[in-house]
Every structure is written in structure tokens, then in C-alpha cells.
Design a protein around this ligand. Structure first.
Ligand SMILES: *[C@@H]1O[C@H](CO)[C@@H](O)[C@H](O)[C@H]1NC(C)=O
Ligand SMILES: *[C@@H]1O[C@H](CO)[C@@H](O)[C@H](O)[C@H]1NC(C)=O
Ligand SMILES: *[C@@H]1O[C@H](CO)[C@@H](O)[C@H](O)[C@H]1NC(C)=O
Length: 421
């Protein structure tokens, strides 16, 4: 891509060459004055055309490939190392008394890690977007904050979200903002990952990164750190979409739904998603959602919504963070939110259009956009699918059979049971 300076230089050089050429012809071929001027005018026209072509080309590239972001800021991000953060992790002292936990030595290593560092709640923030909502006072202008949990390596997912359902824009007066919630990588490419996130943060200004290891059992920590950030930097935003980077969100439907409530998220409770009630803790150590007996004694969790995608009113978010101070961190983040709600005396509720367990339909193309017209949030999409689906949904006149919606919901409540582990 050519910047303005280069375009100017090339044009001057070309104009000069063409002028010399005309001059040479005049001398060599004994051109008349009239022919000389013709030659010169022709040359000037050529230079202007070239200028235009170059300008158009760079304009086109800017808008299509890197989406209005200057090439310059990209190279700046690579060059400057001041904001690439030092490793390793900051101070969070191991809690030796965790070894006194019943059967500590029999726990899987990840659970041991969880127990040992469970008490640590504050970690330095490495990347921030403090003015995301225009500062605390102006944050009431924001209608919906998309807070998307991502891991350092999930670059492709973030890119797809940025281009599709996570686009920051104002839909008919409804302002949507986006941030990704990220911890730090542990494995060998960590330095590169840190560079990647720094670049992304400079390009898109949508990364909140804290200095804790981004692992499954640290998701609750991520949740708590995000809500703390929310209270400080964006307290007035009316609603939060709290979800994963591998869900597909029909943003327009979410907005239509929130508008239909005709309530102010700052004053009224809302916590909706795929509701789970009477869920028992899983006790087998090899399962993803394993919870030790000593950590949770009861035989069912408080009602909670699946963490893949939840809509939360600002009022509710503030209640959750207030209660969370009294509840020790828990290995499963969505269950933890349920505990905070229960302590606040608030209830989560279900929305039929939020399917965080995905849609499985027998003998039907479950990727058919018609099924997604009425949905709010669906799990799980790979990046390229997000793009296809987003594009399909932009077509206002989708040709769908009347029945498609009903089929999904019937089959799905059935499948929900089948899919539950
Ligand atoms: C980049 O890092 C090097 C050494 O790691 C240091 O000498 C240099 O001053 C740094 N540059 C900037 C712009 O911070
Ligand atoms: C662990 O428990 C033992 C006995 O119950 C106690 O003496 C010890 O101080 C405890 N260790 C820690 C670090 O709390
Ligand atoms: C959570 O992050 C902290 C800080 O990086 C780390 O010490 C701890 O091991 C992590 N916990 C888990 C369960 O990965």
C-alpha cells in the first residue's frame, strides 16, 4: 500500500520524465510548438490519472482489508515494545493451608491449583480500554456492552466476532460496544501471544487483559475482575452481554428483545439465558465440571444460566459484584454467578432464544439461517461459520418455511437433555 508521500513522489518523478520526453521529441523530431504542447498536456493527463488510480487503490485497501485502521498504527504496534508486558505473573502467594483441604493430594492438578490460589482476587491489568464507554459519567449512553470471554490464542474467533455480531455501532439509537476479557498465556509461545494482544488492543481498543493464567478454573476470577472493571469504567451501560467467543449472537434480535422490555437496565433486574435448575454437582474427577465434595456440600446448585451467553442488566451486575465479596471463588463461573444472584435475592430466568448448548436437529441442515432468525444466542460456531451466518441474516427477505421455528424449539428442549453431560 502506498501512502500519500510516496504517491506524490511517484507523480513528480513521472511528470518530470514525461516532460523530458516531450522536450527530447521536440529537439529530435523538430516538433512544432503546437505538438509540443499536445505532448505535454497528454503527459499531465497521464499523471493525474495515475494519481487517481493510486489514491483509489489505497482507499480501497484501507477500507476493505484492515477496516479503516491506518497501516501505520499496525507497524507501530509491532515496533514499540513499551506496552508489551513483562512476564512472569505477578504476586499471588500460594495458600499453603489449602493442603489441609480434605483429600487435597487426590485432587487433579488443576483443582489443586484452583484451591491453592483461590483467595487471589486482584491482579494487575495489562491491557485496558478505559474510555470504552466514554468514561464513567458518559457510560449511560451505552445501551449494550458485549463482554466476550476469550483466551489469548483465540485470535481468529475474535476477528470473526469483530467483523460480525460484535461490530461496534449504534443501531437506531441503541449503542453497542465490545470488549474481550483475556488472561495471560502459560505455554511456550507466550511472548508472541502478548505481542499479538498488544497489537489487537492498539488496532481495535477492545482488549481487557489481566495478569492471571487464562485457564478454565480461572474463569470465575475473570468474571469478577470484569465486573469490578465494569463498576469503575462503565457503570452506566444499560445491559451487558456476558458470553463466549464461540457463540453466534443475533445482535438485532438481542436489541429488539431488550427494547421490548421497555425498562431501564440501570434500575431493573434482568438476568436471562439458558436456565439450569436443580443441577447436581458432578463428582467424578475426570469430568470437566467436576466439583469436590469438600468445596460444595449440597446436592444441587442454585439456579444459574449457562455461561455461553447471558444478558444482564446493569442493576443486576452491580448486585452481583456487591455479593461476590462475600462468596469465595468457585471453579465453575456460571454456577458462581447463580450463587451471587441467590445471595442478592434475585432470580435468573430462561429465554427460549438462547441456546448455549447448541442446536442439533435430526435430518435437517442445522446451519440453515432460517433457524437463526428468531434466536438470540447459539453455541457453537467456528469463525468462518459466523461470517456466513451473519451475512445470511443481513438479507431481509430470507425465504423460510413457516414451520422452521417451531421445529427448533421442540427438538431442542428434547436435545437439551440428551446433550447435557
Ligand atoms: C525495547 O526494548 C529494549 C530492550 O529490551 C530497550 O533497550 C528499548 O529501550 C525498548 N524500546 C522502547 C521503545 O521501549
Ligand atoms: C493444617 O491443619 C493442621 C491440623 O489440622 C494445622 O495444625 C495446621 O496449622 C494447618 N495448616 C495451615 C497452613 O493452616
Ligand atoms: C489462576 O491464575 C493464577 C495467577 O496466574 C495462577 O497462579 C493459578 O494457578 C491459576 N489457577 C488455575 C486453576 O489455573
Amino acid at each position: 500500500m502506498l501512502n500519500t508521500l510516496y504517491r506524490r513522489r511517484i507523480s513528480i518523478l513521472l511528470a518530470h520524465t514525461l516532460y523530458i520526453r516531450c522536450l527530447k521529441y521536440k529537439i529530435k523530431m523538430a516538433m512544432t510548438k503546437k505538438h509540443f504542447w499536445k505532448c505535454l498536456l497528454g503527459s499531465i493527463a497521464a499523471v493525474i490519472t495515475l494519481q487517481f488510480a493510486l489514491h483509489f487503490n489505497s482507499f480501497y485497501v484501507l477500507n476493505n482489508v484492515i477496516d479503516k485502521t491506518e497501516e501505520l498504527s499496525f507497524s507501530n504496534a509491532v515496533m514499540s515494545n513499551q506496552s508489551i508486558i513483562k512476564l512472569p505473573y505477578s504476586e499471588c502467594k500460594e495458600d499453603t493451608s489449602a493442603r489441609n483441604f480434605t483429600n487435597f493430594n487426590k485432587e487433579p492438578q488443576t483443582m489443586k491449583d484452583f484451591l491453592t490460589y483461590r483467595h487471589c482476587r486482584s491482579f494487575p491489568q495489562l491491557l485496558d480500554s478505559p474510555m470504552k464507554c466514554g468514561g464513567p459519567a458518559n457510560s449511560k449512553e451505552v445501551s449494550l456492552l458485549l463482554a466476550i470471554k476469550s483466551s489469548p490464542a483465540n485470535y481468529e474467533r475474535r476477528e470473526a466476532v469483530r467483523k460480525t455480531w460484535g461490530v461496534e455501532k449504534t443501531y437506531n439509537g441503541f449503542q453497542v460496544k465490545r470488549i474481550f476479557l483475556i488472561g495471560t498465556p502459560k505455554q511456550k509461545y507466550e511472548k508472541r501471544m502478548m505481542q499479538l494482544l498488544t497489537i489487537e488492543s492498539q488496532l481495535y481498543n477492545d482488549v481487557l487483559q489481566w495478569d492471571f493464567y487464562d485457564s478454565f478454573y480461572n474463569l470465575t476470577l475473570k468474571q469478577v475482575l470484569f465486573l469490578t472493571w465494569f463498576e469503575a469504567k462503565c457503570p452506566g451501560a444499560k445491559y451487558i452481554f456476558d458470553g463466549d467467543d464461540d457463540v453466534f449472537v443475533n445482535t438485532v434480535n438481542v436489541i429488539t428483545y431488550l427494547n421490548s422490555l421497555s425498562k431501564d437496565g440501570n434500575k431493573h433486574h434482568l438476568f436471562v439465558g439458558a436456565l439450569n435448575t436443580n443441577m447436581p454437582p458432578i463428582r467424578q474427577t475426570n469430568r470437566k465440571y467436576y466439583v469436590p465434595q469438600a468445596l460444595f456440600k449440597g446436592n444441587k446448585f442454585d439456579p444459574y444460566c449457562g455461561g455461553g451467553g447471558i444478558l444482564i442488566a446493569s442493576f443486576t451486575a452491580h448486585s452481583i459484584i456487591r455479593e461476590s465479596q462475600y462468596i469465595p471463588l468457585f471453579p465453575i463461573d456460571d454456577v458462581y454467578l447463580g450463587m451471587c444472584l441467590a445471595r442478592a435475592g434475585l432470580k435468573p430466568s430462561n429465554h427460549e432464544g438462547i441456546k448455549t448448548l447448541g442446536i442439533r436437529l435430526p435430518n435437517v441442515d442445522s446451519f440453515d439461517p432460517c433457524y437463526y432468525r428468531h434466536m438470540l444466542v447459539v453455541h457453537r460456531f467456528v469463525p468462518y461459520e459466523m461470517l456466513i451466518m451473519w451475512n445470511a441474516l443481513q438479507i431481509t427477505e430470507l425465504k423460510c418455511r413457516q414451520k422452521s421455528r417451531v421445529t427448533v424449539e421442540k427438538t431442542n428442549s428434547l436435545n437439551k437433555k440428551l446433550l447435557l453431560e
